[in-house]
Design a protein around this ligand. Sequence first.
Ligand SMILES: CC(C)[C@H](C(=O)O)[C@@H](O)C(=O)O
Ligand code: SF4
Length: 465
Amino acid sequence: MQKTLFDKIWDQHVVEHISNDTCILYIDKHFIHEVTSPQAFAGLDKRGINVFRPDRTIATADHNVPSIEQSKTISNELSRKQVEELVKNTAKHHVNLYGLNHPFQGIVHVIGPELGITQPGMTIVCGDSHTSTHGAFGCIAFGIGTSEVEMVLSTQCLLQQKPKKMRINIDGSLPSHVVSKDIILYILSKLSTSGATGYFIEYAGSAIEKLSMEARMTICNMSIELGARGGMIAVDETTFNYIKGREFSPKGKDLAQHLEICSQYYSDIKSVFDKEYDFTTSDISPMITYGTNPGSGIKISDPIPYLSSIPEMERLGFKKALDYMGFEAGQTLLGHPIDYIFMGSCTNGRIEDLRAFASIVKGRKKASKITAYIVPGSMQVLKQARAEGIDKILNEANFELREPSCSACLGMNDDKVPKGKLAISTSNRNFEGRQGPGARTMLASPLTVAASAITGCLTDPREFL
Ligand SMILES: CC(C)[C@H](C(=O)O)[C@@H](O)C(=O)O
Ligand code: SF4
């Protein structure tokens, strides 16, 4: 029988069929962080039970963590309490914590893959919507709510309804200075933020096959912004090469056997999807968002759409978003002044992203009016960046490389964008107030953010070719 990648993994993890589409699913890896775990642990305590598989549970602190002077106490009381609670709960339940100052600390979706905890064919969950990131390794990975976190902590299983399957094919070679972030912003602009609601996406096609693992993660990361349950990519040589030698990856003879098993994780040629889309890279340019959802992307040189081109039902939202952003329909954004830049997050906080940013700012200087947050996704990324001299390149260009945190991706720590200020950001969400109350956010790739940081206004990275 011809099976999709999704079905292969799903079927291997069904513990029991409950009804037609609802199953009890075994979960291979459960990541937890300080924001969505406290109530789940409180639930366990109330029931007087322990974490069922502490060895399958991995904790880190990321959202409430400051991106400077991590070795000092967190000054914000609420943030400090959240992190302290995680320390207490993980110690009590014998769960490994990569907390503050630990060499493996970082954003949950950055550390899983880079440490080799994330492996092909797994089911992976976390109380965090961007768990879809791990799907880049040929996994079923998705975000869950706090009550589900409690369910997984106590049973290592989850009650799940099987989603429908969508395949998005992207063929071709990427033009210079067009990167995976532009691909996913482009897909979002075509399908909208509800375009994949009820589906699990598989990304395929020659463009995806050519991408590095970091670039694939960027795409899978934003699957949730399409409304999808998750996104995934078939396992191939690129996956294997990434996995090899990672801290917790199988080693020696086990590795050969492991890779053999992993090589089954692709969709069979005649497998059927509920919906398919085809795109080509020649249509994709550097992208920028003008509105207050990640679906509001346009080519960086295109004008914001005119009201007349917006469907009647969406006009109110369109106008509201433009009011918030301080933009006008038909306006071209290239050259528009920017106040803040954020380079980081689980979308673009990996070493390859920092290299891309550094490749543009090298030998240049940051525009003096720009406030920049440049934040590695993990301690490992920070270490690597320092080893490669990226910190020096940044310093010489008047930037500073901070410490791992979700940072300015969302206003849960000290790194915020002030009310009314305009930021260009490599993160995944541009909702009203996402980077701080009243903050305005445009989403883009690390290259576009770097180019804009140098000029102080929205700049096409192709100008730096
Ligand atoms: C805080 C957390 C629950 C949230 C999520 O689920 O995604 C956050 O990571 C985000 O990006 O908005
Ligand atoms: S970096 Fe942003 S999107 Fe990713 S987990 Fe943290 S807050 Fe969520």
